[in-house]
Design a protein around this ligand. Structure first.
Ligand SMILES: [Zn+2]
Length: 308
């Protein structure tokens, strides 16, 4: 499995060497701005720590598979409890008790503490003792936006991996190879996010969601008017994205349901209900290999048949 971060060439080689030799530090602090890949790296390292393959993480063994589906009993996330902004000292005490119980599924037990910069000094001091003398086969990964709020004593126990944003070219190349967005859209988002890939992705996905919800509204309007060509051209921009098609049908279900609720006993509501009942079969088709242009043609024809 290839190291997942773009533009962090300073830390990548030493980390790759460590993994090749199956040497994972007992305490790691990953710090960087939101969107720089801190969680990607924390997950990658926890996968490596539980992996039972030779080249870690192998991404194939049972431990890797369980960890990839966020389902590994030896990987624990310590995050603030519901409606709380920071991790409580009781959670750190409980973590310490748990850390002394030997791992059973994999060779290591991993605790991801996130956000570590939300720990108050009392929590940090409680954590410090276990960072100083960690139980065997226990790995602590602290995730923070900034290491500035961590005590020097805690910092000195951790291998610090500071993440940076990549160059514009690296980020653009990465997003073009991993997503279906246009080059111009990607470059625009990267300009706004100052090369931050995570933030650019949020912008791109936000734009995509807005476009889909606009299109689904338009589609229903056109369907009610019986404009089949209009409906088809409204769906055309999404022919290359199953994710968008999925969102679009979900949006349509909500819109049609709302339309029915407005006047449930009308003739129009009865027609809309028939169309509504057909929509799940389109969602099922999406999981198969059906071509989206065919699916959209079918959706348009069904809308025309039932509600126009
Ligand atoms: Zn593995």
């Amino acid at each position: 499995m290839i190291f997942p971060l773009v533009g962090n060439n300073k830390i990548a080689p030493s980390l790759e060497n460590a993994l090749r030799e199956h040497r994972i530090p007992h305490a790691i602090l990953i710090d960087g701005d939101v969107g720089t890949g801190r969680h990607t790296l924390a997950n990658f390292l926890s996968l490596a720590a539980v992996c039972s393959g030779d080249l870690i993480p192998c991404d194939e063994c049972k431990n890797c598979r369980m960890a990839s589906s966020s389902n590994h009993p030896n990987i624990r996330y310590i995050t603030p409890e519901k409606d709380k902004k920071s991790i409580a000292v009781a959670q750190i005490r409980e973590l310490k008790n748990d850390a002394y119980i030997k791992p059973h599924q994999a060779k290591n037990k991993i605790f991801i503490i996130d956000p570590a910069d939300s720990l108050n000094p009392q929590c940090q001091n409680a954590l410090l003792k276990i960072l100083e003398e960690p139980p065997e086969n226990t790995i602590f990964i602290l995730v923070a936006e900034s290491k500035a709020s961590l005590l020097d004593t805690v910092l000195s126990r951790c291998v610090v991996l500071s993440l940076n944003v990549p160059s514009f070219e690296e980020a653009s190349h990465y997003l073009q190879s991993k997503t279906n967005f246009d080059k111009a859209e990607i470059e625009n988002a990267l300009n706004v996010s100052r090369n931050n890939i995570g933030k650019a992705l949020m912008l791109l996905n936000g734009n995509a969601t807005a476009k889909v919800s606009e299109a689904s509204k338009k589609f229903l309007e056109l369907a009610l008017k019986g404009d089949q060509m209009g409906m088809l051209s409204c769906l055309y921009p999404f022919e290359n994205s199953r994710i968008d098609a999925e969102r679009l049908i979900k949006d349509l279900k909500l819109l049609v349901a709302n339309e029915i609720k407005k006047n449930p006993s009308s003739v129009r509501a009865a027609a809309l209900l028939k169309f509504y009942n057909k929509l799940p079969s389109f969602e099922e088709s999406l999981v198969t290999n059906v071509t989206l242009s065919l699916l959209f043609a079918d959706l348009t024809a069904t809308a025309k048949e039932y509600i126009s």
